[in-house]
Design a protein around this ligand. Structure first.
Ligand code: GUN
Ligand code: ZN
Length: 426
């Protein structure tokens, strides 16, 4: 049977960052028809009601029906140590992150955190994440097992490290290749799951391991590859000492077959001009992680400049370097960071980044991230008056953007009125 969701609707016919705001299509009384787990039609509520009288109607009133949020870079194993105080990247990894990630050798712990992670992200309206796991294959099984039970579209991979990490968290070039390949063969393309080739970052992989990851990606170009790039200045200086022959940080990946379409680089703050040109040339994705970049003290990603030069950009929490599970909070941080760089991102641009932009960055825009016929019905319904502070501000709004922006800046899980995954309410 078909479901018809009624409320305000927001969808995109293009990228507002490069094509202008006219691509953002809003209806104050719209409808989304869902059939067989997919969006069948998007239109005006009255017309859809008349055309599909047998559809089961859920009327969300003045709430906004949107594609669910897509978090293009997260570390689900860092759920329980989010908001750990006082360190910058390398010290933060050693003091907080690595000790926590060691616990994922225990499948029961991994399963418990995976369930908690999906509970939390879904409560914030996130319907797809692209996550790092730990070096343990068990951590990948836990993540994909939980995603599969919930019917969500999800991306993840085993994080590979063979140096500069505790012994309990290192693999080898060969075991990283073997384990990653086995996990890829087990999970990739099963239900709504996609395996991602995942070397953590150049400082924790030897050239041999990067080479092995490059070989695996070459054998499976249908998969994405994710890693970190140019997040902090200390990290970049360290990469220079570890890879004295590399032209720049990006070259440490490029030299080992880890640059191409389908590569998603987290952070990408301090890019040199060769790196900017090369990333654009191969059409790799850059994932903006604004709450992480301020929380760990990394820097200010250039959303406006990189979008204008045609780079493929996604938005992400980077949980738990990021200080939130919420893509609303992440949009707010993206707004604040862009302000510090002199560019006010429009609410339509922020919303696009958190939905269709992230889907495009994960090369899944033909499946998720928008309200359009044929796409999978992953939907977030957003209450634009979820708290007294937000309600008193949105009450005086004169258009949808002014009504939406207070929720972007001040909203949390209370703003998420409903979530649909694969055409089913959760
Ligand atoms: N660089 C390498 N690993 C990590 C990580 O777990 N979080 C962040 N923010 N940066 C990284
Ligand atoms: Zn990260």
């Amino acid at each position: 049977m078909a479901d018809l969701l009624i409320g305000q609707t927001l969808r995109f016919t293009g990228d507002p960052l490069t094509e202008g705001l006219a691509v953002a299509q809003h209806s104050s009384r719209g409808g989304v028809l869902i059939e067989g787990g997919r969006i069948a039609e998007v239109g005006e509520a009255d017309a859809l009601r008349a055309a599909y009288p047998a559809a089961q109607v859920t009327d969300y009133g003045a709430a906004l029906i949107s594609a669910g949020f897509i978090d293009a870079h997260a570390h689900y194993p860092q759920t329980a140590m989010i908001a750990s105080w006082g360190k910058r990247l390398i010290d933060w990894l050693n003091a907080y992150t690595f000790p926590e990630e060691m616990k994922f050798s225990d499948p029961a712990y991994a399963a418990a955190i995976a369930a908690r992670y999906f509970d939390l992200t879904q409560s914030y309206g996130t319907t797809t994440v692209c996550s790092y796991c730990t070096i343990h294959p068990e951590s990948v099984d836990a993540f994909f097992g939980e995603a599969q039970r919930r019917g969500v579209r999800a991306f993840a991979g085993k994080t590979c490290m063979d140096r500069n990490a505790p012994g309990a968290l290192t693999d080898t070039p060969q075991s990283a290749y073997d384990d990653s390949r086995a996990l890829l063969e087990k999970w990739h393309g099963r239900d709504r799951l996609s395996y991602v080739v995942t070397p953590r970052f150049s400082p924790t992989s030897t050239p041999d391991q990067l080479e092995a990851m490059g070989a695996l990606w070459r054998e499976h170009p249908e998969c994405l590859m994710q890693t970190h790039l140019s997040e902090q200045t200390d990290e970049i200086a360290w990469v220079k000492t570890l890879f004295p022959d590399a032209r720049d940080y990006l070259d440490t990946y490029e030299a080992h077959g880890l640059l191409g379409p389908g590569a998603a680089f987290g952070h990408a703050i301090y890019l040199e001009s060769r790196e900017i040109d090369r990333l654009r040339e191969v059409d790799a994705s850059l994932i903006h992680c604004p709450t992480s970049n301020t929380f760990i003290g990394s820097g200010l990603f250039d959303t406006g400049g990189l979008a204008a030069s045609g780079h493929r950009i996604g938005l992400a929490t980077d949980t738990g370097g990021g200080s939130s599970f919420s893509m609303l909070r992440t949009m707010a941080a993206a707004y604040e960071v862009a302000q510090l760089r002199g560019r006010a991102l429009h609410p339509a641009e922020l919303w696009w980044l958190a939905t269709a932009g992230s889907a495009r960055a994960l090369r899944a825009g033909d499946r998720i991230g928008n309200l359009a016929p044929g796409l999978e019905a992953d939907i977030a319904v957003i209450d634009l008056a979820s708290t007294p502070a937000i309600a008193q501000r949105s009450a005086r709004a004169t258009d949808i953007w002014e009504a939406l922006f207070p929720t972007i800046m001040m909203g949390d899980d209370r703003a998420v009125a409903a979530v649909w995954i694969g055409g089913r309410p959760i």
